[in-house]
Design a protein around this ligand. Sequence first.
Ligand code: ZN
Length: 562
Amino acid sequence: MKFSEMPYVRPDLEQLKTLAQQTVAGLNNAGSAAEQAEHYRAFETAEKNVETMSALVFIRHSIDTQDEFYTREQDWMDQAMPQFEELRQQVNLALLRSPYRRELGELLGQLLFTNLEIAVRSFKPELMPLMAEENKLVSDYQKLYASAMVEFDGKTMPLPMLGPYKQSTDRAVRKAAYETEGRFFDEHREELDTIYDSLIKNRTAQGKLMGYDNFIPLGYDRLGRNCYGPAKVAAFRQQVAQDLVPVISRLKKVQQQRLGLEKLSLYDDVMNFADGNATPEGTADDILAAGLQMYHGLSPETAEFIDFLYENELLDVLSKPGKGPGGFCSALPDYQSPFIFANFNGTSADVDVLTHEAGHAFADYRAARKGYVRALQSPTIEACECHSMSMEFLTQDFHHLFFGKDTRKYEISHCEDSIGFIPYGCMVDEFQHRVYENPNLTPDQRNAVWMELEKKYRPWLDFEELPFFSRGAGWQRQLHIYLMPFYYIDYCMAQSVALQFWIASMADREGTWKKYLAFADLGGTRSFEELVRSAGLEVPYEDGCMEKIGLAVEQWLKNNPL
Ligand code: ZN
């Protein structure tokens, strides 16, 4: 069905409450696993409809934030969803009490029970006052960030608008843009430190309420991690520091020489070429047409997918007045349809919508057709990012449709940025482990930890002339650190898998595509570790994995100069 024709009906909470009660009673009284599965499936149908309606409201409201009807419906959803969550929790608890667990696992998917147990142990009602306070602190940070206006280039602008200046080919402009950003953070130093301090104390209290020494185990559970804990993540970071950082230091030396610089400053880090990075050719329509051609060329499966997407109006990518910012990929389970929302701006980020976001959408499209229970359709976050980040690489033979003569430039910077990101992501992760393990650190002590980690993970960078960064406060720009604790290493793990898919594809395009397809087709029925192994790849936190990736990528860059 076309997106514009999908009907919206506000979910009936009373009816859902009755259904939840019936489902719980049905689960409790059922005489067999098959009977229980039937009750669960019936509730799930209603659940999918609520999710579809909520997504329709969110998408339509984002496309036109001025629309009064969907603004009102969005408000209704915001207050209704927690109530619906509670109903879902009741059903899940009843399912967990099942005496037929093994048989039921065969019918619904074994991982469902593991995931439900994690969800159940990450919440108890006593947490609620602390959670409300946590939400308030998070939104204080978001408000501060969103309200930030700075003077630059004779204009007053919000912080993200400094982005293009930070990538200017004029080094003095880049430096000035970083200084301007740093000044904003310096001016709000106390506020930013106080918010974070309160967040650490709050989350530590939540961890203790759940019976832990600190927040870390609860933080992992909240992300639904079902196959690794802090020890494996530490082993991953260790490999990155030991085996990958030396490789990237060598790559950074090459970049520095290419730029003709004596030393690489923070504001040179993402400058891959002295004359600027690659930008796509043509208009937004040209980019969309190239996307169609790309997925037709890649495989029969992606051809079917992209036709479905375009024919059913499942993407809205042009910027227009009143449209909400940013980009995302959403799901409409009633129609087995993904939806892509974006704001094209004429940079290579527009191409990312068609390679990265479409990778998420493709995985959703495939898994939605496999008959999995909804709760097992999508895997954990790092595995979802494998879908998208790998697609960025597996579409390699078609990037020339977007970049023309700049294609090689794009490939080089995409490769360098992808691998160069991993140490930064590890730094963000190790920082969080350190501060949650030591919740009483002072703001200055926290900054000292960050500086120590900069030397460990990014020894090639120089900050000396930038006061905000050289006092070790650079972490305050990273939204995830405030908003979503421990969610960041996910991107590093996913990137390590994407790079492995890419390396494998260099020798065997067909075979690698089949493995990627099988990975996506398993949806969330397997853990991250199992998915990676099923594709014949190495799990990033296992010994030796990162060294191999680093050396292969370095070799590719040597063989493919500009
Ligand atoms: Zn993504």
